[in-house]
Design a binder for this molecule. Structure first.
Ligand SMILES: Cc1ncc(COP(=O)(O)O)c(C=O)c1O
Ligand SMILES: [Zn+2]
Length: 419
C-alpha cells in the first residue's frame, strides 16, 4: 500500500505526480514528497514500529515507495549512545551521539538516502544509477548498487580522500574524477543527468533521496522513548540532512507520537561555511564560497538546500557556528578519547560546534543534547597520517620493556587516575 499523494513544489506548492519530476516547471523550485498523514496515522503507531526489524524501513509508510524496497535491509537504526564521559568533560547532564559512523554498509548517513533513492529509482524504471559526491555518497551508491547488481557511475572531485576513492572503487563502479571541486562536479551531473536517462540519486531522484534522511530524525525520537531532545546539532554540506530531520520531527509531533520542541543547530567548517555566514549576517540567501578545509565531506560551497537550512534553524530557535580545522581535529580526538568513537572531520565539526554553542550559553548544562556523528574516521585517515607513528618501538625483550615501562609509569598512573 502506498501513502504517497504526489510531489509538491517547496516554493509555490504546485502539485506533480510522483514520477521522474524533480524541479517545478512553474518556478524552478525543488519538489518534495507529499503523504496522506491521516492514512498513515490510521495504519502506523510507535508500538507497531517497535515490532519491526531494526533498519530504516521500519518507518516505511513515511517513505516514498509504492512497493517493496530493493536495498537498505541493514541500513539505518544506528546506535543512539548516551555519552556520559564526554558529557562530564563538557559539563552537560544529558548528551547523546547519533552514531551513523557505523551505518551499514558504507559507514555514513548516506546509506539512508541511497537505500530510498535506489528503491524508488527502480520503481520509476531507472536501470543505471549515479551521483555527484564528496566521497561518502559515492561509497554508498557503489556499495548498494553492487548488492543489487545495478550498474553505476560515480562522479567525485579528483582531490577526494584516498580511503573514500578506494571505498567506491572496491565495489566496481565506473569512477570519474573531475578536475574541480564538488560544485563543479554537481554542475556537470545536472547537465548529463537528463541526457543519459540515468538515475542520479542526488539530482533527478532528489525528491525521494532526501526523504531517506528523515529516518535519522525518527530514530532519535524513537530511541529517546518517543521524546524530542532539547537540542540537536547536525553538520551541513548540501543541506539535505538538516531540513529533512526537521520534517521528521514535525511529522512525529503531527502524528501525535511524541511532543516537545527541538532547537536545531547547524555545523560547518570555517573553510566552507556559506550557510553559517548567511545565518550570522541575517541573510536568507547563500553567497557561494570556494571550499578549503580538512572537512572535505562537507565542503560544498554552493549548497542546493542552504536557504532551507537557514529557514529551519531560525524557525526552531536554534543557531549555527563554524569550526577551524584545528578545532575539528581536536574534537575528533576528544570524541575518540572519551567515547571510543573515531569520526571523520564532519563529525569533528559537529562536536566542535556543539562546544562553541555551550560556551555561548545557547545550550545550557541541564538540557538534553543529541550530536549527529554522520561519518567514520577510518575513511579520512589522511588528516592524521602524520601522527600514525608508534613512538615506542622496542626489541621483544622483558628487560627492555621494563626499562621503558618504569620511565612511563608515572604518566600512566596519572592517566588512570583521571578515569
Ligand atoms: C559525513 C557527512 N556528514 C554530513 C554530510 C552533510 O550532508 P548534507 O549534504 O545532507 O547537508 C555529508 C555530505 O556529504 C557527509 O558526507
Ligand atoms: Zn514552484
Amino acid at each position: 500500500m502506498s501513502f504517497l499523494t504526489g510531489l509538491g513544489c517547496k516554493e509555490c506548492d504546485q502539485r506533480y505526480p510522483a514520477d521522474r519530476s524533480f524541479i517545478c516547471l512553474e518556478c524552478f523550485g525543488p519538489l518534495e514528497v507529499r503523504y496522506d498523514y491521516e492514512k498513515i496515522g490510521a495504519r502506523l503507531n510507535p508500538a507497531k514500529i517497535a515490532r519491526r526489524a531494526p533498519n530504516l524501513w521500519r518507518y516505511r509508510e513515511l517513505l516514498p515507495l509504492d512497493g517493496e524496497p530493493v536495498t537498505g535491509f541493514h541500513s539505518g537504526f544506528t546506535p543512539l549512545i548516551r555519552a556520559d564521559r564526554l558529557a562530564r568533560r563538557l559539563g552537560l547532564k544529558e548528551l547523546y551521539l547519533k552514531d551513523d559512523s557505523v551505518n551499514h554498509p558504507s559507514f555514513s548517513y548516506k546509506d539512508r538516502v541511497v537505500s530510498v533513492a535506489l528503491s524508488r529509482g527502480r520503481e520509476l524504471g531507472y536501470e543505471v544509477f549515479s551521483c555527484a559526491s564528496t566521497g561518502n555518497l559515492g561509497n554508498s551508491v557503489a556499495a548498494h548498487c553492487a548488492r543489487t547488481g545495478l550498474p553505476c557511475l560515480i562522479f567525485i572531485p579528483e582531490t577526494t580522500e584516498p580511503s573514500k576513492i578506494l571505498g567506491s572503487l572496491i565495489h566496481g563502479p565506473e569512477l570519474v574524477g573531475l578536475k574541480g571541486n564538488y560544485d563543479d562536479v554537481n554542475r556537470l551531473c545536472a547537465e548529463i543527468g537528463d541526457h543519459y536517462g540515468w538515475g542520479f540519486v542526488n539530482v533527478n531522484l532528489r525528491p525521494y533521496y532526501t526523504e531517506g534522511a528523515k529516518t535519522l530524525g525518527y530514530e532519535i525520537v524513537e530511541q529517546l522513548g518517543w521524546r524530542l531532545p532539547d537540542h540537536l546539532v547536525l553538520p551541513t554540506a548540501g543541506g539535505t540532512l538538516l531540513p529533512r530531520v526537521v520534517k521528521a520531527l514535525d511529522e512525529v509531533v503531527q502524528l501525535g507520537w511524541a511532543d516537545g520542541h527541538t532547537k536545531i543547530h547547524c555545523a560547518q567548517a570555517a573553510g566552507c561555511a556559506p550557510v553559517i555566514r548567511s545565518l550570522h549576517q541575517g541573510l536568507d540567501y547563500i553567497n557561494p564560497e570556494k571550499p578549503n578545509t580538512v572537512a572535505k565531506a562537507i565542503a560544498i560551497g554552493d549548497p542546493a538546500d542552504g536557504p532551507y537550512v537557514l529557514q529551519d534553524v531560525r524557525q526552531s530557535g536554534g543557531w549555527g557556528e563554524m569550526a577551524e580545522d584545528e578545532e575539528i581535529l581536536d574534537a575528533i580526538r576528544l570524541l575518540a578519547e572519551t567515547e571510543g568513537i573515531f569520526t571523520e572531520p564532519a563529525g569533528g565539526t559537529t562536536l566542535a560546534v556543539t562546544i562553541k554553542l555551550l560556551h555561548q550559553n545557547r545550550i545550557r548544562p541541564d538540557e538534553s543534547v543529541v550530536v549527529g556523528i554522520t561519518g567514520n574516521g577510518y575513511k579520512s585517515q589522511d588528516v592524521f597520517m602524520g601522527s600514525a607513528r608508534i613512538s615506542n618501538v622496542m626489541r621483544p625483550n622483558l628487560m627492555v620493556f621494563r626499562e621503558w615501562y618504569e620511565s612511563r609509569e608515572e604518566a600512566l598512573a596519572g592517566a588512570s587516575a583521571a578515569v
